[in-house]
Design a protein around this ligand. Structure first.
Ligand code: 13P
Length: 341
C-alpha cells in the first residue's frame, strides 16, 4: 500500500460515522491533576490504573474510533502485561500519540507561545509507529487578549504544524493539527470567530504552501464561543452557526475531518454544542469529538479513587462516549441524560 492510501484509510477509520476520539494524552504531570481530583497521589501506579481503566472500559469501542496517548502510555502495559496500544488495537480503536513537547514563550511577543518538538521527530514517529501509533497530535495555543494573537505568532505556529504534518505523513502517520483558541478570557463570541477564522486561514495557507496532503490530515479545533468570563454567553445554536461559518471561511473541503476539543466547557455543554453543530446538517468534512476533560471528568467523579467504584465509573465513561457519539449525529437528548452535568 502506498503511504497516502494508508493515510486515507486511517482517516476514514478515525472519522467513522457515530464515533469519536478520546484525548487521553495528558502528560504525566497533568494526569496528576486528574488524580488530584480523586485525592490520589501522582504515582506511576496510580497513573497506570487511571489509564488502564479508561482503555479497558467495556463497550467504549462502540463509540470511539481512536484514543490519543502520551509517550509514557505508549510504553505501559496492563496488569496482565498487555501494552496499552495493543489493548486498544484489539478493540478496533486506533492508537494515537501526542508528539509536541509543549510551548515556550515567543521572543518579542509577550503573552504568546510557540509549540516545540520538531527535533528528532522523524525518529520518534518511526518508534511510535512500531509501537502501534496510527495518528498523532500537535497542539498550538492561540490566546485572545489585548493586541493578541499577532499574525507573527499564528504564522510561526502554522509553520511548526506544517513541518510536523509533513514528517508525520512521510512516516505513514495521520497528523491531527490543533490550533486551540483558548476559552479562558472575557472575549466575545464575535472576537472568537474573527480570531479562529484568521488562525485557520493562516494555518491552511501554510499547510498548502508546504504541500501537506489535506486529505490525509485531521483538524482538531476549538468551538467558536465567548470566553468563559464574558458576561454574554451564547446558545448552542449561536455557537454552532459561528463555528461552521468559521470553518466555511477557512477549511478547504479536502480536509479529511474535523474533531473538537472540549477546552474547559462542562461535559454537558460540550455535548450540547456538538449536537447543535451536527443538527445543522451535512458538511463538506465529517465532524466529531475528541474530548479529554469533558469525557474524563464524569469518569473521575464516579470513580472517586475508590476500587469499589471502578465498574460504575467505566459505565459512566462509556455513557459519556455514547452521548457524544449521539451528539455527533445530532441525536443527543439532554432531557433524558441524567448523568452529564
Ligand atoms: P480538552 O477536551 O480537555 O480540551 O482536551 C482536548 C485536547 O486534546 C487538548 O489538547
Amino acid at each position: 500500500m502506498n503511504t497516502n492510501a494508508k493515510l486515507y484509510e486511517t482517516v476514514s477509520a478515525m472519522m467513522a460515522p457515530g464515533k469519536g476520539i478520546l484525548a487521553a494524552d495528558e502528560s504525566d504531570s497533568t494526569a496528576g491533576k486528574r488524580l488530584d481530583m480523586v485525592h490520589l497521589p501522582n504515582t506511576p501506579e496510580n497513573r497506570q490504573d487511571f489509564r488502564e481503566y479508561l482503555f479497558t472500559a467495556p463497550g467504549i469501542e462502540e463509540y470511539l474510533s481512536g484514543v490519543i496517548m502520551y509517550d509514557s502510555s505508549m510504553r505501559t502495559a496492563t496488569d496482565d502485561g498487555i501494552p496499552f496500544p495493543d489493548v486498544l488495537t484489539a478493540k478496533g480503536i486506533l492508537p494515537g500519540i501526542k508528539v509536541d513537547l509543549g510551548t515556550k514563550d515567543l521572543d518579542g511577543f509577550p503573552g504568546e507561545v510557540v509549540t516545540q518538538g520538531l527535533d528528532g521527530l522523524e525518529e520518534r514517529f518511526n518508534e511510535y509507529a512500531d509501537l502501534g501509533a496510527r495518528f498523532a497530535k500537535w497542539r498550538a495555543v492561540v490566546t485572545i487578549d489585548d493586541g493578541i494573537p499577532t499574525d507573527a505568532c499564528l504564522e510561526m505556529n502554522a509553520v511548526m504544524l506544517a513541518r510536523y504534518a509533513q514528517i508525520a505523513q512521510r512516516c505513514g502517520i495521520v497528523p491531527m493539527v490543533e490550533p486551540e483558541v483558548i476559552f479562558a478570557g472575557d472575549h466575545t463570541i464575535e472576537t472568537a470567530e474573527l480570531v479562529t477564522t484568521r488562525a485557520l486561514q493562516i494555518l491552511f495557507q501554510t499547510l498548502m504552501k508546504y504541500r501537506v496532503d489535506l486529505g490525509g490530515l485531521i483538524l482538531k479545533s476549538s468551538m467558536v464561543l465567548a470566553g468563559d468570563m464574558c458576561r454574554e454567553q451564547s446558545s448552542p445554536e449561536e455557537i454552532a452557526n459561528a463555528t461552521l461559518r468559521t470553518f466555511h471561511m477557512s477549511v478547504p473541503h479536502e480536509v479529511g475531518g474535523i474533531v473538537f476539543l472540549s477546552g474547559g466547557q462542562s461535559p454537558r455543554r460540550s455535548t450540547e454544542n456538538l449536537n447543535a453543530i451536527a443538527k445543522l446538517g451535512r458538511q463538506p468534512w465529517p465532524i466529531t469529538y475528541s474530548y479529554s476533560r469533558a469525557i474524563e471528568e464524569p469518569f473521575l467523579m464516579a470513580w472517586g479513587g475508590k476500587p469499589e467504584n471502578v465498574g460504575e465509573a467505566m459505565r459512566v465513561l462509556a455513557h459519556a462516549c455514547k452521548m457524544n457519539s449521539l451528539a455527533s449525529q445530532g441525536l443527543y437528548n439532554g432531557a433524558e441524560d441524567t448523568i452529564l452535568k
